[in-house]
Design a protein around this ligand. Structure first.
Ligand code: G4P
Length: 533
């Protein structure tokens, strides 16, 4: 009994979320500031300043550093106000959106980060759509208020119209750009005055004032005070915050701030821990919820090879769905029914690995993967479970990859197998399993660059790549006897030997479908399999 209530109180402390944004909105900056306020780092900016040594703690891959883009996802954790916050870092670049989709699958909430000058951008829109499907809560942080931006009412309007979600401000900005004076907090009904802090290395000092105090005019100016009072009247007439709608993903609380100067970060975090939900029962394959206080269970949402050149191993990231994890515990690998001992479990902070003694539902642990785990696999210390499947997406870009030096076949095959196991790319073959002419299939072309780069840096294999003109892949249930009207079409095989048709365009796919009505086409192998039952 005592044990159960300790378990539940530990689980209730967890807040597991991811940030979704368009590149450049300030995700890295906000992440760093959340870590600063959570006490996980002492001096934000020091992390950036030591760029050559370490870059941002969540930003470790050499290619990312060269290109200044965030590709890989890492899980960061820090305590705040009695809660344990697990922040799943997602790649910002659209070519890695599948990785992001998988990460969102392991989260219980998302923070949508917008640039106040740009509002809702294309990548935000795409990722928002995935959150919407998950039906989980989304908080909005409108960033860069210290820069000239758009009218805040306009921004709220855009969120409501473009995303179709109610937007309810829980704080309200006073001025913007060089005139940015602070934010009004709607619950406490107090104005938090902004002091520009150089680079926001430390926590921002905060002064609090009453918005209708006549003395305030001397601090923020008469005009801004009058505008604030007008705005507040308008806001009071707006929608109220409704927790139930928020939890269903129908309403988003909105916060304004400036991550680079730390302003608004603490106000945001204080409300975040109150609003964001703790881990809940997780749906199984058949839709039934699996209680969070059942014995330990979890699923693999990400696999990453060679995270640390010194270790040269693969890490499988697991989201714990129920119960308590203990170091070296014996569990069942549900897809095979085989027993596995989880002896090497880590938390990862940038490149640092910290052994995990215990963890609870909602936490993310990195398991050294001895080839047992694949994406989506469940493990359990209790009954065998299968959680709802992680979505896979049909690739849209294809390229032929050949090794520059044919004597390197072994590391070439190993590298490609491991990278495809991570889900970074899919592998297709002209002849099943023939690596001499492997076809890479991906969502975006940057994934090809990453594969080539990693093959050199991690496996020592130089390659040549030749883009192919296909733009669409469809899985088949079986190899057809004959293909009619197959112009612009090619039959290939995935790494499991299953037949796949490549099409040069949606036009050729549709035409093919019309001419071959007996051949069913599926966006993924999984869909083709499910259609058999
Ligand atoms: P991302 O991960 O979403 O791609 O964005 P990142 O945090 O790298 O931020 C993109 C740029 O926006 C950075 O500037 C960063 O300093 C700036 N930025 C982030 N938050 C704020 C903010 O609240 N206000 C202002 N004014 N700028 C902000 P950069 O010039 O690209 O890099 P750096 O020279 O600052 O390192």
């Amino acid at each position: 009994m005592q044990e159960k209530s300790t378990l539940l109180s530990e689980i209730k402390r967890r807040r597991t979320f991811a940030i979704i944004s368009h590149p450049d909105a300030g995700k890295t900056t906000l992440t760093e500031k959340l870590l600063l306020y959570g006490g996980a780092i002492q001096l934000a900016g020091s992390v950036r300043a030591r760029q050559n040594q370490r870059r941002a703690a969540s930003d470790w891959m050499e290619l990312e550093q060269k290109r200044g883009i965030s590709i890989t996802s890492t899980a960061l954790e820090f305590p705040y106000a009695g809660c344990q916050i697990n922040l799943l870092d997602t790649p910002g670049h659209q070519d890695f959106s599948e990785d992001t989709y998988r990460t969102l699958f392991a989260a219980d909430a998302a923070v949508m980060l917008l640039d106040s000058a740009k509002g809702v951008e294309p990548q935000t829109l795409k990722l928002f759509a995935v959150c919407r499907q998950r039906g989980f809560p989304i908080l909005t942080f409108i960033n860069k208020m210290d820069r000239p931006g758009r009218d805040p009412f306009d921004l709220l309007d855009e969120v409501e119209k473009v995303l179709g979600i109610a937007a309810v401000p829980l704080n309200w900005p006073v001025g913007s750009g060089s005139d940015f004076k602070g934010v009004y907090e709607t619950r406490e009904r107090q104005l938090h005055l902004f002091d520009r802090v150089e680079h926001g290395a430390r926590r921002a000092p905060v002064r609090v004032a009453n918005p209708s105090d006549p003395a305030l005019a001397a601090v923020i100016g008469q005009d801004l005070q009058a505008t604030l009072l007008d705005d507040l009247e308008l806001l009071n007439a707006g929608t109220d915050f409704d927790m139930a709608r928020f939890l269903r993903g129908q309403l988003s609380p909105v916060f304004f701030g400036s991550a680079v100067t730390n302003f608004g970060v603490q106000l945001f975090l204080d409300r975040f821990v109150e609003l964001a939900p703790p881990p809940d029962d997780r749906p199984l394959l058949d839709g039934a919820p699996y209680p969070v206080d059942e014995p330990f269970s979890g699923f693999i949402f990400k696999i990453q090879a060679n995270m640390d050149p010194a270790h040269r191993d693969r890490i499988a990231f697991m989201r714990i769905c129920s119960g308590r994890f203990e170091r070296a515990m014996a569990v069942t690998h549900c897809p095979t029914g085989k027993p596995v001992r989880l002896s090497q479990a880590h938390r990862l902070f940038g490149q640092e690995r910290i052994p995990v003694e215990e963890a609870f539902a909602g936490d993310i642990i990195g398991l050294v993967n001895p080839g047992v785990f694949s994406l989506g696999d469940s493990v359990s210390a209790g009954p065998s479970v299968a959680f709802e499947p992680i979505p896979r997406f049909a690739p849209e870009r294809f390229a032929l990859l050949r090794m520059a030096n044919p004597t390197q076949r072994k590391p070439f095959v190993k590298g490609l197998e491991q990278l495809s196991e991570e889900g970074a790319i899919q592998l297709l073959f002209k002849q099943a399993g023939d690596f001499r002419e492997a076809i890479l299939a991906a969502i975006g072309p940057l994934q090809f660059d990453v594969v080539q780069f990693r093959l050199v840096s991690e496996y020592g294999v130089e390659t040549h790549i030749e883009p192919l003109s296909y733009s669409c892949a469809r899985w088949l249930r079986e190899v057809p006897d004959a293909l009619d009207g197959s112009y612009g079409t090619r039959l290939v095989y995935d790494s499991g030997g299953h037949p796949v048709l490549l099409f040069e365009s949606d036009y050729w796919r549709d035409r093919f479908a019309q001419q071959n009505k007996s051949i069913a086409l599926f966006a993924t192998h999984r869909e083709a399999e499910l259609s058999r039952t």
